[in-house]
Design a binder for this molecule. Structure first.
Ligand SMILES: [Zn+2]
Length: 571
């Protein structure tokens, strides 16, 4: 038979963890038709994968692409990292169920908690739905490069049922019945599951909690029970930030564990990460997962592969933008700021302001201003894989103060250099322990959210640093944790495995060169708002549903992505 596409001579790393082996892959009608020696076979298109790894396309289980999918058909930045499928609707934030006249309610939830500019959403989203199923239909009708699945979000269910009261109070019995009905309808229409947030950083623009944070735990249990009754769906939770008090932490863990064991619903969450002031807290969270699984529940941790935090720069946001002297200075055009920083008087004034500044976390400010600056843990991002040198290291070497080193480094790059300020996972040894845990996957790019303040090239970091440079994780296991483990736990049928009959979502990359590129700032959101673009080098091709979507990370024009609906939609 003649194939549509043959990928020849690559090392097949199948996603299930089997040892890599040399073989060809034949693709027909978007499906993997044959894996083996296809040397005598013909195809419309042939790709030489000699010296490359051929893996399933990576799956990102934690994104917030719900809004972006309407204005960005290629699905950046995910599309530049070997990703072929994304899951949106995490942390309780979805655009449905919600009628157009009420859209302020769900936009409020998203704009502050996930830093998605409100004006971009207003200009970029042609609203055509009320129910979650109608939202999925709208995404289905879009031309798109990636495959999309989604959770239905608790905050949206709440505002749909309760209006403004969703941000103020607990649900009544009647409210809860409405939510349960909408959740069941959403699952039948193809939602993968239900998501919520109880995290203190998830706030409205006013600083008040997002709608899902007003819910009692009983409400969360009642909604999860809908999935148990229907026998489908997974539960994603952005957990409470209880890290200080071990007893509170234990209580929170027991709550989630009991829900998982009692309901039998698969539970997944991120935010299990290492924090320096509480170096052992993450272990108790992994223990909860082990205990849940030992008791017969299902639970999966969304680990990441590197630090998690913000990128700072003079082009975007510095840590000091809210000090009054800086606030005024930062309103100037970038060239004027560059001149100012080179002027000894202006520079001294700015540095004095920093030295006299007392850090007081203020919930009214965006999340990235809640963290004090510790120069031992801020890193110039002038290369993308470890080891990184801190600002303190550079300052010591140059015999200057850290704030001077920060300003000098920025000036040496015409203010276009980014700096990493981690909020979690500053210490990479712990990140490795998280990745190695048997009940973790590597996901949580958070793609679609915080687009001007962060970027998480998790796949290039995993494969370039942990697999190749550090030799800390076998390639086959790393690939499994970004493909089949996610597809299986999340319920993405027919994806994540290089196997005959599976969808032909494939990533072809060079294991010797794969690495993230440096991030660059663009102003190309629908409202002209800024966002950071970052790619991963070494990816020869990304194939979605049998069509070559990216070649050397340049879009080919193919837009063969689909909506991946949950199991109830197929019955
Ligand atoms: Zn999230």
């Amino acid at each position: 038979m003649a194939f549509d596409l043959i990928i020849r001579g690559g090392t097949i790393v199948d996603g299930a963890g089997m040892p890599g082996h040399r073989a060809d892959i034949g693709v027909s009608d978007g499906i993997i038709a044959e894996i083996g020696d296809l040397s005598g076979e013909a195809a419309t298109e042939t790709m030489d994968a000699d010296g490359h790894v051929v893996a399933p396309g990576f799956i990102d289980g934690h994104t917030h692409m719900d809004a972006q999918v309407f204005w960005d058909d290629i699905g950046s930045n995910s599309c530049w990292h070997g990703v072929t499928s994304v899951v949106m609707g995490n942390c309780g934030f979805t655009l449905g169920p919600c009628a157009e006249q009420d859209k302020d309610l769900v936009l409020h939830n998203l704009e502050r908690a996930e830093d998605i500019p409100r004006q971009a959403m207003i200009e970029g989203i042609p609203w055509s739905w009320e129910t979650y199923g109608e939202y999925l239909d709208a995404v289905d009708a879009l031309a798109k490069g990636l495959n999309y699945a989604g959770f239905v979000g608790h905050s949206a269910l709440r505002t749909h049922a309760m209006g403004e009261r969703a941000m103020e109070e607990e649900a009544t019995e009647e409210d809860l019945e409405v939510m349960k009905g909408q959740l069941a309808d959403s699952l039948r229409a193809g939602a993968l599951g239900f998501s919520t947030s109880r995290t203190s950083s998830h706030r409205l623009p006013s600083g008040k909690p997002v709608a899902s944070r007003l819910a009692s735990w009983g409400e969360v249990e009642a909604l999860t029970a809908v999935m148990a009754d229907l026998g489908a769906g997974i539960f994603q939770i952005a957990r409470e930030n209880v890290i200080e008090d071990p007893e509170e932490r234990r209580a929170e863990h027991d709550q989630i564990k009991n829900l998982a064991v009692k309901s039998g619903v698969p539970v997944t969450f991120g935010g299990t990460w290492y924090k320096r002031p509480h170096p052992e807290a993450w272990r108790t969270q992994f223990r909860m997962v082990d205990e849940t699984i030992a008791a017969g529940g299902k639970m999966m941790i969304q680990a990441t592969s590197a630090w998690n935090g913000s990128l700072r720069s003079f082009e975007t946001a510095t840590p000091y933008d809210f000090i009054s002297v800086w606030k005024e200075f930062r309103k100037k055009p970038l060239e004027d700021q560059e001149k100012g920083l080179r002027d000894p008087k202006m520079r001294a004034k700015l540095i004095d302001a920093v030295k006299n500044h007392v850090h007081k976390p203020d919930p009214k400010l965006p999340n990235l201003y809640q963290r004090a600056v510790d120069w031992d843990w801020v890193f110039p991002y002038d290369h993308t894989l470890p080891p990184f040198r801190s600002i303190s290291d550079v300052a010591k070497e140059r015999g200057v103060e850290p704030i001077d080193a920060f300003i000098d480094l920025a000036l040496e790059h015409n203010l276009k250099l980014f700096f990493i300020q981690p909020s979690f996972n500053d210490d990479q040894d712990y990140v490795l322990a998280h990745i190695r845990h048997p009940h973790s996957v590597v996901t949580f790019s958070d793609s679609g959210a915080h687009v001007a303040t962060t970027c998480s090239p998790i796949h290039g970091h995993l494969l370039g640093h942990w697999v190749r440079d550090a030799q800390a994780i076998p390639l086959e296991i790393a690939i499994r944790k970004i493909t089949l483990d996610i597809a299986s736990f999340w319920g993405l049928e027919g994806r994540g495995w290089l196997h005959e009959g599976y969808h032909a979502d494939i990533c072809v990359f060079d294991p010797e060169t794969i690495a993230p590129t440096l991030p660059v700032l663009f102003h190309d959101l629908p409202s002209g708002a800024p966002r950071i673009k970052q790619k991963t080098d070494g990816i020869k091709a990304t194939i979605v549903n049998g069509e070559v979507f990216m070649r050397d990370n340049e879009h080919t024009g193919a837009l063969a992505g689909r909506v991946m609906r949950g199991p109830l939609a197929h019955n």
